[in-house]
Design a protein around this ligand. Structure first.
Ligand code: BG6
Length: 297
């Protein structure tokens, strides 16, 4: 299967298919500026984004499991059609399902891009009885990575869903990292009985487990790495909510596919639609995403 994909989807200097961890097929994108990204078909999951300075912007656990039916710990899992716990498996089934590779190419702007899609299957229909088509476009540009997610209702009934791009940012030292852009935003704190509070800090720092859903957050957030003088901006596209998560000491120990001290090197800032799920009529289309851009400060 991988050799067939390699023949069909190859663009010299731009994109190639390779056998990734666990023997799973993955696409490597190459930017014109020396940047690169890796997208697994399993989950439509971006696992790596190295910018032109050679910096890896995404955290991937050394204990991540690359196996059908398992979500990869790190990178950018896609939570769909459910965020968190609920009637479906945690964070939905998209992150544990193989997506189809539809296209690789280079855009007019010079970005390397890959298009993947996911449609209903007997397994998904057993969990969530709706016909749909999800389309993911990942594009790698100058110091930027874009994820654009479309969901089309191909059913004859309306359905609703939640979605999140569950981005794990790599930070060299969590004590030097902060998330900015959330001051004044109301959040639900999963660690305090889902009570609502309002964020009063300009920069959120990490000294303990953090697990919060910020509702209707501004469209630009930032992950600041003070040690390196870098910031990764997150431009949310039609994804009003944001989740900030770090498991810290005890939860890290409980997670089998996460090293005990890896919480020191990551923070998740997720762009999401959680509070008000998207309602799609038959034939309706949702389009959202996030653009991540690196800059120095
Ligand atoms: C976050 C949730 O989005 O995902 C956390 O807010 C959860 O509560 C985390 O622990 C990781 O979830 P999972 O299913 O990948 O272990």
């Amino acid at each position: 299967m991988i050799s067939e994909l390699q023949e069909r989807f190859y663009l010299a200097g731009t994109a190639s298919v390779f056998e990734g961890a666990g023997g799973l097929p993955a696409v490597q994108l190459q930017g014109t500026d020396g940047s690169s990204a890796v997208v697994y078909l399993h989950g439509g999951h971006v696992t790596s984004w190295v910018d032109s300075s050679g910096h890896q912007n995404l955290f991937l656990s050394e204990q991540a499991v690359f196996q059908p039916g398992k979500a990869i710990r790190g990178g950018i899992p896609i939570c769909f059609p459910q965020f968190g716990a609920g009637p479906l498996p945690q964070h939905g089934f998209a992150r544990t399902t193989d997506w189809q590779l539809d296209h690789v190419g280079r855009t007019h702007d010079g970005d390397a891009e890959v298009l993947l899609s996911l449609t209903e299957s007997p397994q998904s229909l057993a969990l969530w009885p709706h016909r749909f088509r999800a389309e993911l476009r990942v594009c790698l540009g100058a110091r930027a990575l874009g994820l654009h997610l479309g969901v089309l209702n191909t059913d004859d009934q309306a359905f609703s869903f939640q979605v999140a791009l569950h981005t794990y940012f790599s930070v060299p030292d969590i004590s030097q990292a902060a998330v900015e852009g959330l001051r004044g935003v109301a959040f639900v704190d999963s660690l305090r009985d889902d009570q609502r509070f309002v964020e009063d800090r300009d920069e959120i720092e990490f000294q303990a487990e953090t697990d919060r859903i910020y509702a209707s957050a501004p469209d630009r957030l930032g992950v600041v790495d003070r040690a390196a003088g870098r910031v990764v901006s997150i431009d949310k596209l039609n994804m009003p909510d944001a989740v900030v998560w770090n498991p810290w000491v005890e939860k890290a120990k409980r997670m089998e596919d996460f090293g005990d001290t890896e919480y020191l090197r990551m923070v998740c800032v997720e762009t999401a639609v959680i509070e008000n799920p998207i309602e799609l009529e038959s034939g309706g289309r949702y389009q959202g995403g996030a653009v991540l851009t690196v800059s120095s400060r």
